[in-house]
Design a protein around this ligand. Structure first.
Ligand code: B12
Ligand code: SF4
Length: 468
């Protein structure tokens, strides 16, 4: 180990929607900010750090491992947020089994499944429990300071809060409450995102808040938040948020900004006031920008949309999720059907581009309920055929969208209790309680498979291949 330990931060490979080796970001791929935030905190503390973003390059596990082994590092940090992508990360961890440096894994899924993952992957030295900026800096500093300590290479980490080690968990670390105190994330690929000809990719992602006040039972954001003490929703100030936008405009020329907050409005009055203040700050500084946000159906109304639109809001994504009345209860949405209908009306009347999602299939689905989703859309269209077709176009998940049972989610427990859960903590599937739902599901799924195969053939014939 050199004087100051070197950190290599890897965003684990994943194959979101298209084959490896073709440079994912060309297809409207989203920038991942987790490694950027971690690297910025390390850089600020004087720690030498390099980011390897495997999904951005379209690298699979083997290529990622080759890139890792071609580099010199004293600590390997791996980010593996998504449970659904974990098979690729698992393949990579297997191939890394001879790495001598300490390996630390972080993200939503690793935080939740830390005990099982530490047991199943001997190469892992530690898992970061929750947000990692402060923990990672302290872990790097502890290694630098504790080199003379006897015992395993991670002995100095026994003193670092926020870690799960093979032998024990260190005390929990409170969430960062003053988000303005964090340095802006490093963005090694910003230039390429901005220059992308694909409008979906040519946006800078901005994280203006963390956490969510929602209680959706299929989600694990609340479980992730609950691992460490602190408020469930925290926000950056409007000034700090707009400072970052200004810097991104000045440094790279970005004009499109995608707010990737779990919930932009925070489901509280303070969150709404902050959203308005961000809009005012943008207008005050005369920033010309196109904005995109994600939010819940119970958070939009014409007033808030008006001011955000003045500030550049061009597109909005609503998580509707619940297909039927009974889904609202099952999914713990806390949103009424009226709010769902109204939110669609408001976004349509505001003239914004919009998208929304339903989760159509789950173990308790009754085929007759599916109609309720389309009734809701018809209601939002108010009998206007043009409006209805516009609303239909906004449905981004499609009729095959199915529940992904996440480890640590309240639905995992319920489905297990009902004897319908299959698989293990890394990858669950389920049986349907109603056999006619099972049959209908396999029909739609078969159709989707055929459509995707045709789409892939079309894509691979038309899209120029990038060097992997
Ligand atoms: C960008 C994004 C994507 C991109 C990923 C692009 C990429 N380059 O990898 C894409 C579009 C591919 C994507 C896909 C999906 N996504 Co997504 N995505 C996001 C989004 C908007 C931003 C991620 C981000 O930048 N976060 C900001 C960073 C700072 O937070 P973080 O990742 O948690 O990192 C911190 C800690 O986890 C920790 N940490 C992380 N890594 C490491 C590593 C080390 C070494 C250490 C020490 C610490 C550490 O420290 C970090 C800093 O504090 C989040 C929402 C969000 N705000 O997180 C949703 C989100 C993560 N996605 C979500 C979902 C559901 C999906 C999909 C499953 C949706 C779907 N059904 O298709 C798919 C996955 C599909 C699949 N097949 O698996 C959910 C997850 C919900 C949950 N866990 O219950 C989220 C929270 C959105 C939401 N509110 O519903 N997604
Ligand atoms: S609103 Fe989104 S982030 Fe919040 S609990 Fe529901 S699904 Fe999770």
């Amino acid at each position: 180990m050199s004087d100051r330990p070197k950190l290599l931060l890897v965003s684990a490979p994943h194959n979101f929607g298209w084959p490896w080796g073709q440079g994912n970001f060309y297809k409207g791929f989203y920038e991942y900010l987790g490694t950027g935030y971690l690297a910025a905190a390390c850089k600020q503390a004087g720690i030498s750090v390099e980011i390897l973003d495997a999904p951005f390059h379209g690298w699979g596990p083997a290529r990622t491992v080759k890139e890792i082994k071609d580099r010199q590092f004293d600590v390997l940090g791996i980010s593996a947020n998504w449970q659904e992508f974990f098979p690729q990360c698992a393949a990579m961890l297997e191939l890394l089994s001879d790495v001598k440096a300490p390996v630390i894994l972080g993200g939503h899924f690793p935080t939740i499944a830390r005990k099982e993952l530490l047991k199943d992957f001997p190469v892992l030295s530690a898992i970061c429990v929750g947000e990692g900026e402060v923990t990672l800096v302290e872990a790097m500093e502890a290694l630098a300071a504790g080199r003379s300590l006897q015992g395993p290479k991670t002995t100095p980490w026994l003193e670092v809060p926020g870690l799960a080690l093979k032998s024990q968990e260190t005390p929990r670390r409170p969430m960062v409450t003053d988000l303005d105190s964090l340095p802006f994330p490093l963005r090694p690929q910003a230039e390429m995102y901005r220059a992308s000809k694909n409008p979906g990719a040519a946006s800078a992602n901005i994280l203006s808040s963390r956490g969510c006040g929602g209680t959706c039972t299929f989600c694990t954001i609340h479980a992730f938040q609950a691992t460490n003490p602190g408020p469930r929703w925290r926000a950056r100030s409007p000034e700090n948020t707009v400072d970052e936008m200004e810097a991104l405009q000045k440094d790279y020329g970005f004009t499109n900004f995608r707010f990737v907050d779990e919930d932009f409005f925070g489901r509280c009055d303070e969150g709404r006031a902050r959203a308005e203040a961000i809009a005012r700050e943008i207008l005050k500084r005369g920033i010309k920008a196109r904005l995109e946000i994600y939010c819940r159906a119970d958070e939009v109304d014409p007033d808030i949309l008006k001011i955000l639109k003045e500030a550049g809001l061009s597109s909005i994504y609503l998580s509707l999720d619940a297909v039927s009345e009974s889904d609202i209860e099952l999914y713990g949405k806390g949103t009424t059907r009226k709010q769902m209908v109204d939110s669609l009306r408001y976004v349509m009347e505001s003239g914004l581009e919009f998208g929304y999602s339903f989760i159509f299939w789950h173990p308790y689905r009754k085929v007759s309920e599916i109609r309720e989703a389309f009734d809701l859309l018809e209601q939002a269209a108010g009998g206007d055929a043009k409006a209805y077709s516009r609303i239909l176009k906004g449905m981004q998940t499609g009729i095959i969208s199915d529940l992904v049972v996440l480890t640590g989610s309240p639905l995992e427990e319920r489905i297990r209790k009902d004897g319908l859960l299959k698989g293990n903590y890394r990858e669950y599937s389920y049986n349907f309680a109603d056999p006619s739902a099972a049959m209908a599901y396999s029909l739609v799924k078969g159709y989707k498979k055929v459509r995707n195969t045709a789409g892939n053939i079309w894509n691979s014939l038309l899209r120029p291949r990038m060097k992997s």
